[in-house]
Design a protein around this ligand. Structure first.
Ligand code: 13P
Length: 252
């Protein structure tokens, strides 16, 4: 079975003390993380080292929330994939809708970020997903397909296998409005078919496709039960240890 993944995206939340407290509480919860399951926590950059140290005896790994599109040099404020890898962090969210919308990251910049990640043994957690107007127009499939083709389809099959895809419909992020499990399954099957058409079905069957957008303990079991939903990328609910533990335990 491909990896089933519960990934927390803390975004720009929590002080360091609060972050420690949240992890302490999470580790006190009864967690069952099997060999085919993976738990990631995308912390703000300054917390990657202390939180990773705290998680050293657990199966939970840290993840960056972003990386630079360039290798190194005069890019004040940026953090490269090489730097992230040097911390022994091997996952990075790339192309979150907040980065696309608020920081104007386009398809070609995201393709460069994916290249940087893969060049430095960092698995991209590549986000895609449509805004409400596109969903209402019924053109979400081609919209998401373009996001995948423009930023991932220059890769070879082995590189594509290193990627994780997260489908996050923008209308469901932070709104409390979740895609129905049918809507999620429909889009995830589409994403897998698009990957299969380009890279072959063996690659498509390997790539984990996560759902993100108001995932909570109360809807995770139904969402994750769908055959093409391989877990979730969780914002708000990941800031609550009991909620996130229940989401981890909802993985297939
Ligand atoms: P919410 O779970 O808060 O809707 O956020 C989803 C998200 O953006 C995760 O990356």
């Amino acid at each position: 079975m491909r990896k089933q993944i519960a990934a927390a995206n803390w975004k720009m939340n929590l002080t360091l003390a609060e972050a420690h407290e949240l992890i302490d509480l999470l580790l006190q919860q009864p967690l069952s993380i099997e060999a085919h399951q993976q738990v990631l926590i995308a912390t703000p950059f300054p917390y990657l080292i202390p939180i990773q140290q705290k998680l050293a005896n657990s199966q939970i790994k840290c993840c960056a929330q972003n990386i630079a599109s360039t290798q190194n040099g005069a890019f004040t404020g940026e953090t490269s994939a090489e730097i992230v890898n040097s911390l022994h962090i091997n996952y990075a969210i790339i192309g979150h809708s907040e980065r696309r919308e608020l920081f104007h990251e386009d398809h070609s910049v995201l393709a460069l970020k994916v290249n940087q990640a893969l060049a430095h043994s960092v698995h991209p957690v590549f986000c895609c997903g449509e805004p409400l107007a596109i969903r209402e127009a019924g053109t979400q499939n081609s919209y998401v397909e373009t996001q995948l083709t423009e930023s991932l389809f220059h890769l070879d099959a082995e590189q594509m296998k290193q990627c994780i895809v997260a489908y996050e419909p923008i209308w469901a992020i932070g709104t409390g409005k979740t895609a129905s499990s049918e809507q999620a399954q429909e889009m995830h099957a589409h994403i897998r078919a698009v990957i299969a058409a380009k890279f072959g079905s063996e690659v498509a069957e390997t790539v984990s496709i996560l759902y993100g957008g108001s995932v909570k303990a109360s809807n995770a079991i139904e969402l994750f039960a769908k055959p093409d939903v391989d877990g979730g990328l969780v914002g708000g609910a990941s800031l609550n240890a009991v909620e996130f533990a229940a989401i981890i335990n909802a993985l297939k």
